[in-house]
Design a protein around this ligand. Structure first.
Ligand code: 5RP
Length: 236
C-alpha cells in the first residue's frame, strides 16, 4: 500500500494486515463486512497474489463477495465450506470480555452465522471501539418485514424489564425507504445507552417473534486486534 492514509484508515489497515498474518495455506475463511473488513480483504488478496496462498473465502455480505471476487479471492458458500478455520471481521463495539456489538453495516445475520461456524474469530478494529459497557452504539436487530412495527413495539416492551438504560428503537432507513438486508429483512436499531447484562439480553431478544437475530456477539470472538493511527497494533 503506497498511498498516504488518514489516521483512521491507517488504524484499520494495520489491524487488518496483522490479522491476515494468521491466515495459513489451505484455510477456509469467513470474510467480514464493513470498512475495516474491506482492508482485510485487500490485504488477503495481496497475499494470494504475491505468495500464491491458496485459500477460499465465505463472504458475509454481497458487498464483501463482490470485493473479494474482484480481487481474485475464490468465494464459496458456507454450505459448500461447511466449517471454517478462521473468520476475520470488524465490530462496532467490544468490551473486556471480547463481547461485541456488530451490525452497523447491516450484515449481522450472515456475520453471526459465519463466525459461529468458525474455529476462530478475530476482530479487527480501531481503538475507539473499545468500551467498558456495551450499548452506546445502537444495538441492531434484524427483523422480518411482516409486522415489523408490532415486532418493534414488542421489543421495546421487552426492554422495559431488562438491565438497559434506554428503551427506544428506530427502523433503519436507506434514504426514504427502509434498509433491506441481504436476507430481505429490516434492521431496527435499539438505543440502549448501556447494556447491563449482554448475555441475557442477547437470549431474550431472540425470543421475540419477528426478530431473526441480534447484533450481540457473546463468547464468539477469540481475539481483537486494535490498530492505531500511528501504525501501532495491540492484541487482546
Ligand atoms: C457490519 C459490521 C461491521 O463489522 C461493523 O459495523 C464495523 O464496520 P466498520 O469496520 O466499517 O467500522 O458489523 O454489519
Amino acid at each position: 500500500m503506497s498511498e498516504t492514509l488518514s489516521p483512521i484508515d491507517t488504524a484499520k489497515f494495520v489491524a487488518a494486515k496483522r490479522a491476515v498474518e494468521f491466515v495459513e495455506d489451505g484455510m477456509k475463511l469467513g470474510l467480514g463486512t464493513g470498512s475495516t473488513a474491506a482492508w482485510m480483504v485487500r490485504c488477503l488478496a495481496e497475499r494470494v497474489r504475491d505468495e500464491g496462498l491458496k485459500i477460499v473465502g465465505v463472504p458475509t455480505s454481497t458487498r464483501t463477495a463482490e470485493l473479494a471476487r474482484s480481487l481474485g479471492i475464490k468465494v464459496i458458500s458456507l454450505d459448500e465450506a461447511k466449517w471454517l478455520d478462521l473468520t476475520i471481521d470488524g465490530a462496532d463495539e467490544f468490551d473486556a470480555e471480547l463481547n461485541l456489538i456488530k451490525g452497523g453495516g447491516g450484515a449481522l445475520l450472515q456475520e453471526k452465522i459465519v463466525a459461529t461456524a468458525s474455529d476462530q474469530m478475530i476482530v479487527i478494529t480501531d481503538a475507539a471501539k473499545e468500551v467498558e459497557h456495551l450499548g452506546a452504539f445502537p444495538l441492531p436487530i434484524e427483523v422480518i418485514p411482516f409486522g415489523w412495527q408490532t415486532t418493534k413495539a414488542l421489543v421495546e416492551e421487552t426492554l422495559g424489564s431488562m438491565d438497559v438504560l434506554g428503551q427506544s428503537s428506530t427502523l433503519r432507513m436507506n434514504g426514504d425507504v427502509p434498509f433491506i438486508t441481504d436476507e430481505g429483512n429490516h434492521i431496527v436499531d435499539l438505543h440502549l445507552q448501556r447494556i447491563g447484562n449482554a448475555r441475557q439480553l442477547a437470549l431474550v431478544l431472540n425470543q421475540v417473534p419477528g426478530v431473526v437475530e441480534n447484533g450481540l456477539f457473546i463468547d464468539i470472538c477469540d481475539k481483537v486486534i486494535i490498530g492505531h493511527g500511528d501504525g501501532r497494533v495491540q492484541t487482546k
